[in-house]
Design a binder for this molecule. Structure first.
Ligand code: 5AD
Ligand code: SF4
Length: 459
């Protein structure tokens, strides 16, 4: 079987894609990256906003056309698969296999079945399952919990991913070990709300560590860099900031979604904190980590958001001075409380506010990134950039960065670099040694000699 998985949505979905892919490989499948050669196409879907849902609808339409000409098994997994909206689509387009986020390990059963297979249960085995480490990668995700116990009124995730279940620390450490053996240098701990890790299991014998202590455990395992995402401000404790400060492997990067700067809107979103609470968390983080890189998520145009509320979001942005932000116009999702109870604002109002917020974010990212020029940063280089003379990677603070290759550094690895130039979205650096001296540049090829030895010249 030649199988292809197309992934939409967040890092949780990327992790799940890897998990299912490794199951498919264990059944003897070849993983391919073109629909043209695949005989099984599995869409790992996202339902957080209308856009990713529409993308899946259009791809299902294309796949149905292909299947009219030749045999093709069509599958759908992920958040949309768990919703009536996705199941209606699946019926319409004749999806053969449908797996909700809790049923991924049913993939084997689904492939053996001769009939349409739909798995929608939340299975406990998923929490103990340790997928094999990804081959040849310096970066990996590690899911520490699934689901979410909050009920933000705009969010579909509690419906699609169910209540929060934390993985047992032994399973997490076992998976971490296998990543370390495989050579992984940066591990990102994943969950919808990692700060609430263990809260759901608090009463169980054996006890679960708090998230701060889990961070310390993971950070002292020998892994070079640890990141985590994402955090709900309601569950953010000062001890997490303290753990970041006392454990050098934990990167000084915090993604703390605020969603709005207006306490009135936050209340309608059922976020369970105020603007002032959020600012206190930021102060705690800065107290322990003065150089922390701060990123956030913001929704503009939530139902009932006035111009004054939106001004509160802009002023909060200035007060915190975020390094970066993921910004969204509110998208009504059937099945969420805000969809049922509140009227959507006109599209023009949402778009116009989003544009103003993006402009503000660009100013801040430009300022924050410019302040890094001249500093030495540790880069995790993933591989070649678009231009093959360069490598691309990111800092401990998650800044995308490119560097020219140098003698001894022509592929993936972790290296020091000096930031030479910055834009709001990209930093440009040169590789340096531990004393801060630039590494020697690669010798320039003589263009005439290169032409003589090129395969075209030989032909
Ligand atoms: N509309 C727009 N953005 C949303 N998000 C979640 N639900 C919605 C919605 N209905 C955003 C939040 C969240 C991020 C993953 O997506 O900002 O943090
Ligand atoms: Fe999309 Fe949220 Fe599901 Fe991730 S958890 S795939 S962002 S709906």
């Amino acid at each position: 079987m030649k199988a292809m998985i197309v992934t939409y949505g967040c890092q949780m979905n990327e992790y799940d894609t890897h998990l299912v892919q490794s199951q498919l490989v264990s059944f003897g499948a070849d993983i391919v990256d073109s629909v043209d050669v695949a005989d099984f196409v599995l869409l790992n879907t996202c339902a957080i906003r209308g856009k990713p849902v529409e993308k899946v609808r259009s791809l299902l339409g294309d796949l149905r056309k292909i299947r009219a000409r030749r045999p093709l098994v069509i599958g759908m997994m992920g958040c949309l698969a768990q919703l009536e909206e996705g199941q209606q689509m699946a019926r319409k387009f004749g999806v053969d296999i449908l797996l909700g986020p809790g049923s991924l390990l049913d993939i084997g059963k689904a492939l053996e079945s001769n009939e349409r297979f739909w798995g929608l249960a939340f299975r406990d085995e998923l929490h103990d399952h340790v997928p094999p480490a990804p081959a040849g990668q310096l970066q990996a995700h590690l899911t520490i919990m699934r689901g979410c116990d909050h009920h933000c009124t705009y969010c579909i995730v509690p419906t699609t991913r169910g209540p929060q279940v934390s993985r047992h620390p032994d399973d997490i450490l076992r998976e971490l070990d296998s990543l370390l053996v495989a050579g992984v240098q940066e591990v990102t701990l994943l969950g919808q709300n990692v700060n609430a890790y263990g809260v759901d299991q608090g009463a169980r014998v054996g006890g679960y560590p708090s998230f701060a202590n889990l961070l310390r455990l993971v950070g002292r395992s020998g892994v070079r860099r640890v990141k985590f995402t994402t955090s709900h401000p309601m569950n953010f404790t000062e001890d997490v900031a303290a753990a970041m400060a006392d454990t050098p492997a934990i990167c000084e990067y915090v993604h703390l979604p605020v969603q709005s700067g207006s306490s009135r809107v936050l209340r309608r979103m059922a976020r369970e904190y105020t603007r002032e609470d959020y600012l206190r968390h930021v102060a705690d983080i800065r107290k322990h980590l003065p150089h922390a890189v701060l990123a956030t998520d913001i929704i503009v145009g939530f139902p009932g958001e006035t111009e004054e509320d939106f001004q509160d979001t802009l002023s909060l942005y200035d007060e915190v001075g975020f390094d970066s932000a993921y910004m969204f116009a509110y998208s009504p999702r059937p099945g969420t409380p805000s969809y049922k109870h509140f009227d959507d604002l006109p599209r023009e109002v949402k778009t116009e506010r989003l544009e103003r917020l993006i402009a503000r974010q660009k100013e801040w990212s430009a300022r924050k990134n410019a302040a890094k020029v001249g500093t030495i940063q540790e880069l995790l280089l993933r591989g070649e950039a678009h231009d093959s003379g360069f490598l691309e990677g990111h800092t401990r603070g998650n800044h995308p960065t490119v560097v020219p290759k140098a003698v001894g550094v022509t592929g993936p690895g972790v290296h020091l670099a000096r930031i030479e130039h910055a834009t709001p979205h990209m930093m440009y650096a040169t590789l340096v040694d531990s004393a801060g001296n630039a590494l020697p540049e690669l010798p320039k090829l003589n263009p005439e000699a290169a032409a003589l030895t090129s395969p075209l010249a030989m032909a």
